[in-house]
Design a protein around this ligand. Structure first.
Ligand code: F6P
Length: 319
C-alpha cells in the first residue's frame, strides 16, 4: 500500500476531524500518501479529491464537523455509480480507503472491499448505534450538548411548573436519550428499544403529580412521536402546561470533548496500522477501552448493539 484515501460519510460527528488528522499523520509518518475525498461517497463518485499534508490537518483536532465534508448518498447502492467511483480511486492510484461514518458508510465500505478495494471502517456518529463498538466518535460530545440543554430546560420547567418534552437524536437507538436522561435528571424516558405508550406515560405523570411533583422533563428519542402533538395530549389530560423542544442539529455540532478526540485519534491510527498489516473489510471498535476490529459483513449482519437495560433500571430508580 502506497496511497490511502479517507472519507467521512453520513451525518457529521464531532471528532471526525481528529480522526482525519490521526489517519493523515500516521500514514505520512509511515511513508504513505494520503488523499482526502470530499463529501463522502458522493464526492468519490464526483471525483472530488485533495492531497492531504500535515499542514491541511493542523488546528482541526478541536473543530466540530468534518473538514472533508459529508453527504448522504443512497445512490451508492447502484453498481454503475460504484464502478465510476472505483475508477476514480484507481486513477489516483489509491490502494485502500478509510471510511468514517455509521452503518450506511459501512455498507459502502463493504461494497468497495467486495469489488477489490481494501477498506477499513471507523465508527463516527453521534447516535452510538454502530455494532461492534462500545462507543462511536461524536457520541460523548453530543451527550454533553444534550445534557446542557436539559439543564436549561429543567430551570425553566421548574420556574413555570411545566412539563417539558425534549426530543433527542439517535435515529433508532436510545443510547443518547438514556444517558442524557440519567445525567440530566429527567423524570420520564421514552426509547425505541422499549414499549412505553403515551397512555402509560400519562398514568405515570398523573401518579407523580399526585405525589406532589409540579414539573417534569420527559426525554424521548426522535421518530417515536410527534412531540408537539404529544405535548398537546399531555396538557389536555393533565391540565398542566406542557411544551415540546426538539434539539435538532445543534446536537451534531460543536467542539469535540476530550474523550472523542482521544477515541478518534486512537481509531484513526489503528485503522492505518490495520491496512499496513494487510487487513481489509474490517471495522474498528473500542470494547472495554481496548481497540478491536471485526469483519464488516459480520458487524452489519450479525452483531447487534446491546440495549443497556441496567441503565434504564438505574434511570427509573432515580425518578
Ligand atoms: O445519524 C446522525 C443523525 O443526526 C441522526 O441522529 C438523525 O436521525 C439523522 O442523522 C439526521 O440526518 P440528516 O442529517 O440526513 O437529516
Amino acid at each position: 500500500i502506497k496511497i490511502i484515501g479517507i472519507l467521512t460519510s453520513g451525518g457529521d460527528a464531532p471528532g471526525m476531524n481528529a480522526a482525519i488528522r490521526a489517519v493523515t499523520h500516521t500514514a505520512l509518518n509511515k511513508g504513505l500518501n494520503v488523499i482526502g475525498i470530499q463529501d463522502g461517497f458522493l464526492g468519490l463518485f464526483k471525483n472530488r479529491m485533495i492531497q492531504l499534508q500535515k499542514s491541511n490537518v493542523s488546528n482541526i483536532i478541536n473543530r466540530g464537523g468534518t473538514l472533508l465534508g459529508s453527504a448522504r448518498f443512497p445512490e451508492f447502492s447502484q453498481k454503475d455509480i460504484r464502478l465510476t467511483s472505483i475508477k476514480n480511486l484507481y486513477q489516483r492510484k489509491i490502494d485502500a480507503l478509510i471510511i468514517i461514518g455509521g452503518d450506511g458508510s459501512y455498507i459502502g465500505a463493504k461494497y468497495l472491499t467486495n469489488m477489490g478495494l481494501p477498506c477499513i471502517g471507523i465508527p463516527g456518529t453521534i447516535d452510538n448505534d454502530v455494532a461492534g463498538t462500545d462507543y462511536s466518535i461524536g457520541y460523548f460530545t453530543a451527550l454533553e450538548t444534550i445534557v446542557e440543554a436539559i439543564d436549561r430546560l429543567q430551570d425553566t420547567s421548574a420556574s413555570h411548573k411545566r412539563i417539558s418534552i425534549v426530543e433527542i437524536m439517535g435515529r433508532y437507538c436510545g443510547d443518547l436519550t438514556l444517558a442524557a436522561s440519567i445525567a440530566g435528571g429527567c423524570e420520564f424516558i421514552i426509547l425505541p428499544e422499549i414499549t412505553y405508550t403515551k397512555e402509560n406515560l400519562l398514568i405515570d405523570i398523573k401518579k407523580s403529580i399526585k405525589n406532589g411533583k409540579n414539573h417534569a422533563v420527559i426525554a424521548i428519542t426522535e421518530h417515536l412521536y410527534d412531540v408537539k402533538k404529544l405535548a398537546r395530549y399531555i396538557q389536555e389530560k393533565t391540565k398542566r402546561e406542557t411544551r415540546a423542544t426538539t434539539l435538532g442539529y445543534i446536537q451534531r455540532g460543536g467542539t469535540p470533548v476530550v474523550y472523542d478526540r482521544i477515541l478518534a485519534s486512537r481509531m484513526g491510527s489503528y485503522a492505518v496500522k490495520l491496512l499496513l498489516e494487510g487487513y481489509q473489510g474490517r471495522c474498528v471498535g473500542i470494547i472495554n477501552e481496548v481497540l478491536v476490529h471485526h469483519d464488516i459483513n459480520n458487524a452489519l449482519k450479525y452483531m447487534k448493539k446491546p440495549f443497556k437495560s441496567d441503565w434504564l433500571v438505574t434511570a427509573k430508580n432515580l425518578y
